[in-house]
Write a protein that binds this ligand. Structure first.
Ligand code: NDP
Length: 281
């Protein structure tokens, strides 16, 4: 298929739903051969259907059920991609979540077991995938795009402290890895989304679909939270990921963050406490 990702092979982790699914779809529409992955078979079927509905031929996608936090899952993802497509040009480390505390605690009372599993998913799996895909990306002069969060920025997030900690660590890892890997021609960058309507909130809180939608609508319509006036959609983030994964568009960007948050990070804290200016006529 023609397009800016023609002849490129991309592994997109966490592509059974949300931002990852939309990224897989966008890349495939723009010519990439994509490996779609996640643990949940039903969700994976949903991404497969979206690809078929978009007219993507079976020769251009591969579905690999895998837990990205396991060595076996990572290895099968890479080996099955190489078996079907023969190379890897792009790795999008998108799988991630704010995992609930087993004891249902919040703040600094959340257990070290929660810290460990949040770090394993959001940071360790990225480190391991980066190490394992490195030789293939060195060969193809490829790209890595990590998906972080605005919660990685320099403010506290008391309710669930380990998720922002993990994303801040991911940002710092991106910078270090970017210097290391550019010597081999591999670019590493990050996208930091704000509030985006996906399965994220439901997984993190157990809230129902309706309650999540109400949250997204309320947050999105509050300009003290999201100045642009609406919650983000997965395609907003997919487009930023595609920009960083496309060397023609972003060749000179190395180890940077693109914050895609509708302005949320510009107004955190103090601003929210002030009465809003009446709209000028
Ligand atoms: P979703 O919950 O909609 O999707 C998460 C994806 O990650 C799913 O495909 C899920 O697959 C996969 N995943 C989670 N754990 C594992 C695992 N152990 N092994 C394999 N796959 C896994 O959330 P989003 O699309 O929103 O999240 C994508 C990224 O965006 C994450 O890194 C998240 O931290 C980040 N982000 C999201 C924001 C938001 O508001 N939505 C804001 C800021 C950042 P499956 O369930 O099939 O295992």
């Amino acid at each position: 298929m023609p397009g800016r990702f023609a002849k490129k092979v991309a592994i997109i982790t966490g592509s059974s739903f949300g931002i990852g699914r939309e990224t897989a779809l966008l890349f495939a529409k723009e010519g990439a051969k994509v490996t779609v992955t996640g643990r949940n078979e039903e969700r994976l079927e949903g991404t497969k259907k979206a690809l078929i509905d978009a007219g993507i031929p079976e020769s251009n996608y591969l579905i690999v059920p895998a837990d990205i936090t396991t060595s076996a899952g990572q290895d099968s993802l890479i080996s099955e991609t190489l078996n079907k497509f023969g190379k890897i040009n792009i790795l999008v480390n998108n799988a991630g979540a704010s995992l609930p505390d087993a004891q249902k605690k919040f703040g600094i009372d959340q257990g070290v077991d929660t810290y460990e599993k949040v770090m394993k998913l959001n940071v360790q799996s990225v480190i391991e995938m980066t190490q394992k895909v490195r030789p293939h990306l060195a060969k193809s002069k490829g790209e890595i795009v990590n998906v972080s969060s605005v919660v990685a920025l320099k403010f506290g997030f008391a309710r669930t402290p380990y998720y922002p900690l993990a994303k801040a660590a991911l940002d710092q890892y991106t910078r270090s890895a970017a210097i290391d890997l550019i010597a081999e021609g591999i670019r590493v960058n990050t996208v930091n989304p704000g509030i985006v309507q996906t399965g994220f909130l439901g997984s993190a809180t157990g809230m129902s679909g309706d309650a999540c939608q109400e949250f997204y609508d309320n947050m999105g319509s509050n300009p003290s939270v999201v100045p642009v006036g609406f919650s983000g959609r997965p395609d907003h983030i997919a487009k930023a990921i595609a920009f960083l994964a496309d060397r023609d568009s972003s060749e000179y960007i190395i180890g940077q963050n693109i914050i895609a948050d509708g302005g949320t990070s510009l107004v955190l804290g103090l601003h929210a406490q002030f009465p809003r200016q009446p709209a000028s006529k």
